[in-house]
Design a protein around this ligand. Structure first.
Ligand code: PMP
Length: 426
């Protein structure tokens, strides 16, 4: 079929994320993706600055990942996980336990990040019930957060001006506190911590858990904060008998310069959610890991099972490609790549400080952000970045990139050049 026919069918039938139906801005038709490049049907090639939303850390068509997938497809593509198990999922669970902060022992494999947040919250609420504390069923979170698009995650996304404010009144009412002061290197503000302590104490009887994105708040605003706030949260949640959930769906697997962002703070949460880069961006898979205390508590409870059973749980293809992706991370090369990307983003984005509408330039690990003083026109910004040879997805007042770890210095120059061009035209 001709590209124009495909795009006409897309416009007629395919509902894209956060888009009206029919769509207003026609999407770009991708024919192939290889390394860090997307090849479009019109022959253009774009350097992917988005890693398909934090996921494709090794780039596309990686030979090791392709081979793992083909090999697994030759054995078994899927079997149900209730009552059956298999080597790829067992290896994956053990590897995740080994790689994540000490103390997380049990792994629930899910099929998307949002579902892993659902499962994490279910674990926390069920644990509190099993202790005879059903009143502890609410969540506390920071404003400006983003945890996914199903109902429980939506309830802990920022309720004001966020993506899900439409649902106020329908979603469970959670407790919001201001996000920590911005800046990975900014000193910890003790008055902020004191306020947090007061709120936690005040709500301790109704709180099952605190859930936050550690170090980087992603889709809610691409803000960074000092890891000290995570240490404070760990102490306060222990003091007030509240569980702590870290959503590392975006930050996990090296993106912030540590394998997990929790490592910047040296703390272990009670539950950890991972996803996105887990399979190197190949297939949809996520996981919620928890401590033995939570698992034992649930098992001792009135309903001694975690009542959750996704059809595609532990999918062997996704597990096998996740094992291959984690294998690629095992030699530690990712760390020097992320350090190199961080330096290139810092240098490449520095000139943005001179641009009239840029109010902040921030870089951490393989994440670069330009914040503007007004919202960008997504159509215009997309035209500018693609003309510069890059694929980026500016939104609201942000032009940002999180490139694959295999991006070369030349690829990164294309990405930062496109970000500067978009900011200059905004
Ligand atoms: N949490 C965070 C921090 C995320 O960035 C995302 C995805 N953008 C999610 C949860 C939801 O993951 P998924 O899109 O796989 O459902």
């Amino acid at each position: 079929m001709e590209p124009s026919e495909l795009l006409a069918l897309d416009a007629a039938h395919v509902w894209h994320p956060y888009a009206p139906m029919p769509g207003r801005v026609p999407p770009l038709l991708v024919e192939e993706a290889s390394g860090v490049r997307l090849r479009l049907a019109d022959g253009r090639e774009l350097v992917d600055g988005m890693s398909s939303w934090w996921a494709a850390v090794h780039g596309y068509r990686h030979p090791v990942l392709d081979a793992a997938l083909a090999e697994q497809a030759g054995r078994m593509s899927h079997v149900m996980f209730g009552g059956l198990t298999h080597e790829p999922a067992i290896t994956l669970a053990k590897t995740l336990v080994d790689l994540t902060p000490d103390g997380l022992e049990h792994v629930f494999l899910c099929d998307s990040g949002s579902v892993s947040v659902e499962v994490a919250v279910k674990m926390c609420l069920q644990y509190q019930r099993s202790r005879g504390l059903p009143g502890k069923h609410r969540l506390l979170t920071w404003r400006g957060g983003y945890h996914g698009d199903t109902f429980t995650p939506m309830s802990v996304c920022d309720p004001d001006g966020g993506m899900h404010s439409l649902w106020r009144g329908v979603l469970p009412e959670q407790i919001f506190v201001p996000a920590p002061p911005s800046g990975f290197g900014a000193p910890v503000d003790q008055s902020y911590v004191d306020e947090l302590a007061k709120t936690l104490e005040q709500h301790a009887d109704e709180l099952a858990a605190v859930i936050v994105e550690p170090v980087v708040q992603g889709a809610g605003g691409m803000r960074f904060h000092h890891p000290g706030y995570l240490r404070a949260l760990r102490e306060l949640t222990r003091e007030h008998d509240v569980l702590l959930v870290f959503d590392e769906i975006a930050t996990g697997f090296g993106r912030t310069g540590r394998l997990f962002a929790a490592e910047h703070a040296g703390v272990t949460p009670d539950v950890l959610c991972v996803g996105k880069a887990l399979t190197g961006g190949y297939l949809t898979m996520a996981a919620a890991l928890c401590t033995p205390e939570i698992a034992d508590g649930i098992t001792r409870g009135e309903l001694p099972v975690l009542a959750h059973g996704p059809t595609f749980m532990g999918n062997p293809l996704a597990s096998a490609v996740a094992n291959a992706s984690l294998g690629l991370l095992a030699d530690g090369q990712w760390q020097s790549d992320v350090t190199r990307i961080e330096a290139a983003l810092r240098q490449g984005l520095e000139p943005a400080r001179e641009l009239p509408h840029v109010v902040d330039v921030r870089v951490l690990g393989a994440i670069g952000v330009l914040q503007l003083d007004h919202e960008v026109d997504m159509g215009v910004a997309t035209e500018v970045v693609t003309a510069e040879g890059a694929w980026l997805r500016p939104f609201r007042d942000l032009i940002y990139a999180m490139p694959p770890y295999v991006s070369t210095d030349a690829d990164l120059a294309v990405i930062t050049g496109a970000m500067l061009a978009a900011a200059a035209k905004a």
